[in-house]
Design a protein around this ligand. Structure first.
Ligand code: SF4
Length: 251
């Protein structure tokens, strides 16, 4: 018979225009189920007004990112026993650094726009043209221009939520977009190099790797940001010592 624990689930609730509050639910939990299962039970049996995002339930879609006991988690692969003990309290909050739409659901549009800015479209498109026109700042892509996705990234936003610099400096590009720029390749792309080495790029990172610590995939945005710094410095040195630059200096 499945093991049963008694736990208290605390969920941060917030509807637009109203102040946030914590709501407690006493419930039985199988320690081997995942946190998203508890959230779904609250919706199914306690409160149908609870909003949250979810889809695949097997860590592929990136929809169910939340903060569990103040740490960013993909809740579909976070077993209850890994975050609470029998008799304990489990806290679930929406991700930080994104506007709350309702309860645990946040607006991730800014992440998608920034991924687009560095050359990655976050949606695998059937409705390619419609979505391109809607989100792509420069309008629809040219015929033959393909979308490239950042390998392994499921666009869950956990890294953006965990990053204290995204939290304190809204214009900082952030871990996933910078990782995207790294994969896209900044060498030979002066516009992208300028963007990532500019005031809101890699030099704002404080190198503590919170992003890498919470990433449920193999993206390692922290490492990619450090690599971008190395490349940006090397390119800067190259530009200083290029023959054209030396001629300018001699004039
Ligand atoms: S880099 Fe990792 S944590 Fe960030 S959005 Fe992609 S999969 Fe999620």
């Amino acid at each position: 018979m499945a093991e049963k624990w008694n736990i208290t689930l605390v969920i941060r609730r917030q509807k637009q225009g109203q102040p946030p509050f914590d709501q407690e639910f006493k419930m039985e939990a199988n320690p081997d189920e995942n946190v998203i299962d508890l959230v779904e039970r609250v919706w199914a049996f306690h409160d149908k007004t609870l909003n949250y995002a979810h889809a695949c339930h097997h860590s592929t879609c990136g929809a169910c990112g939340m903060r569990v006991n103040n740490v960013e988690k993909l809740t579909c692969i976070t077993p209850v026993r890994s975050v609470v003990a029998d008799g304990g309290t489990l806290r679930v909050d929406p991700m930080r650094n994104f506007p709350v739409i309702s309860d645990l659901a946040v607006d991730m549009g800014e992440l998608y726009r920034r991924m687009e800015l560095v050359g990655h479209h976050p949606v695998n498109l059937d409705r390619k043209e419609a979505i391109q026109s809607e989100f792509r700042p420069s309008g629809p892509a040219e015929p033959g221009e393909d979308f490239i996705r950042l390998s392994d990234c499921i666009e869950c936003g956990l890294c953006m939520s965990a990053c204290p610099i995204v939290g304190s400096t809204g214009d900082y590009l952030g871990p996933a977009p910078l990782a995207g720029a790294h994969q896209a390749g900044v060498k030979g792309n002066p516009g992208l190099l300028e963007l990532v080495s500019g005031v809101d790029g890699v030099w704002r990172c404080h190198s503590a790797f919170e992003c890498t610590a919470v990433c449920p995939s193999n993206v390692d945005p922290g490492w990619r940001i450090m690599e971008l710094r190395r490349i940006a410095l090397a390119e800067k040195w190259k530009s200083w010592f290029s023959p054209n630059k030396s001629a300018e200096v001699r004039k």
